[in-house]
Design a protein around this ligand. Structure first.
Ligand SMILES: [Zn+2]
Length: 166
């Protein structure tokens, strides 16, 4: 694996200062670390993983989004994903290639929904929020509940993300 949510040394041992900080902030979870460990072991069986990157896993119950490197979808074979699903008793895994905010949200909402826009909003506290704009007509085509979409998007983009329909 090229990139993982924590340093390779931190996967089997205790976390270094920087990884511990990200863990405490909730930017890295135990599930991320466990998956990173599995992927390193599975490199033996799936050598195409050697040049692949895994950034984060977001479990929303009905599926788990795995954020991977850009253009690396084919490196995460169906057999590999099935194996991970069996191991953790997951209903499914959906791959999200790292990219622009818009590109990642498009992958989260699924191919049947048109993303009309993503607006970055500056709020008085100095933070930014994202507003995902989707057509009313597509509301029922989003593959996951709106709450889960907002939760997953917020975790993947690492900014509060809200959905609005027009
Ligand atoms: Zn570390």
């Amino acid at each position: 694996m090229k990139k993982l949510p924590v340093c390779k040394a931190c996967i089997s041992g205790s976390l270094c200062l920087s990884c511990q900080e990200r863990f405490d902030e909730g930017k890295v979870t135990q599930f991320d670390i466990d998956l990173a460990n599995d992927l390193l072991i599975l490199e033996e069986k799936y050598p195409e993983l050697k040049n692949a990157s895994f950034y984060q896993a977001v479990d929303i119950g009905s599926t788990v989004f795995l954020v991977i490197g850009q253009g690396q979808r084919s490196r995460f074979k169906k057999e590999l994903l099935d194996e991970l699903c069996d191991l953790y008793e997951l209903p499914g895994i959906d791959l999200i290639e790292k990219g622009s905010v818009k590109k990642m949200i498009e992958q989260i909402i699924g191919p049947d929904v048109r993303l009309l826009g993503v607006n970055q909003i500056y709020i008085p506290t100095g933070e930014t929020e994202y507003k995902i704009i989707i057509s009313q007509e597509d509301k029922d085509r989003i593959r996951i509940p709106i709450n889960d979409l907002q939760k997953a998007s917020s975790l993947i983009i690492r900014e509060i993300t809200k959905v609005s329909f027009i």
